[in-house]
Design a protein around this ligand. Sequence first.
Ligand code: HEM
Length: 431
Amino acid sequence: MQPIEKYSIDELNMGNLDFWAEGTDVREGAFKTLRRERPIAYFELPVAELAEISGFDIGEPGVHVLTRYKDIVDASRQPEIFCSGKGATSAFDMPMEMREYFGSMIEMDDPKHKRLRDIVNKAFTVRQVRQIEGYVDSAAREIINTIGPMGEVDFVTECSSRLPLKVICDMMGVPESQYDFVFNASNTILGLGDPEYTQDPDNPMPQLMSAALGLTQLATELAEARLKEPTDDLMSALVNAEVDGQRLATYELGSFFILLLVAGNETTRNAISWGLKALTEYPEQRKDWMANFDEMQRPAVEEIIRYASPVMFMRRTATRDGAMLGDQEFKEGTKFLLYYISGNRDEDVFEDPYNLNLRREPNNHIAFGGPGPHFCLGANLARQEIKVMFKELFQFLPDIEMSGQAEHLQSNFINGIKHLPAKFTPIESAA
Ligand code: HEM
């Protein structure tokens, strides 16, 4: 991957939605320019245009884009000054109508955030995730068995998306019959704006709300079943939990469910897809990893996650006047977009940042967020899924490689690959 610095600092406008339709190399080039020349850069989002399309009030247009590692980490470390509670997953202010569906703990501050996180935290600890390794292995094996005889596949739809989807659905108690629905709904939620996932670009909100409503209905049905008959899945934990002495309201349950499902399956799939693309482009490193799988698995998985940086930003908002980043002072209400993908290419922190280095150590990337209360809940699970998927691929489809152009998601939020042709020598089955 090599950045292309197509725009000068004064031409660059990340508030322009068309910018995000440019290639990933142009995007990387823009971040490089910003890190060097304007590491905290002010842009205006087209809120008037978006408000007209959506019919919602979505707040002020101005955002500050943070592109240097240090500023992103500094903001993440001070949640009392740079909060998540005014919006974290969206550059514009989320209207009330949407908060009902998308306003879960990722969009909250402590102490409420912590109380909600504690309900599910146990299921994502290193220890717990290690215990499900056998299960993740067999889920990956099942996928290999399905694609094995084909010899050629769309790696995203047939492979990389399947493992995280199955794992998080099983953890939440979602039956297999609903996997495709969940897959499509989460594509709509995180892919809205990309022409492939947007039915009506002039009025995309009904599609978004209908995907969210569908997931909430599914959550409600599962919740009712778990109330009658609890199991050991996460939905049972959610329906039986009490926060501040009260059970979660239906909308809280729904938004929690949406967060876990969407975060659990839209992110890891992109890391796996970027991983296959990178391994194809760096055959020597792939050979090295295949020959030394166990020894290299920890740094290799971290490097794939850094390289992919599937979640490009989270937002923070200044809670007071005089909030400082570097030597600059900001007013209460200032919005910051913490571009992790840019921090992960910061030349002051990572040597040769645009190249894959599966033996990179140390690798203190911030793809799971900076240090702070919102650090990715699913990080251990994601690492496990990526490791297992490549272990199984190397064992059963050892010559699998990208065999055509990757199709990238058009988004300012997710560094997604929608389609990735791949080919391999077919096998009867993964015994
Ligand atoms: C490579 C895969 C993944 C990446 C790159 C990723 C990235 C992130 C990032 C950047 C954040 C926000 C951090 C912040 O605001 O400071 C986050 C939060 C979160 N992630 Fe992940 N994630 C991944 C996989 C997963 C998985 C598999 C799950 C499983 C459910 C998950 C669940 C969550 C949840 C629930 C939060 C919110 C945590 C909170 O607010 O306390 N993520 N993730």
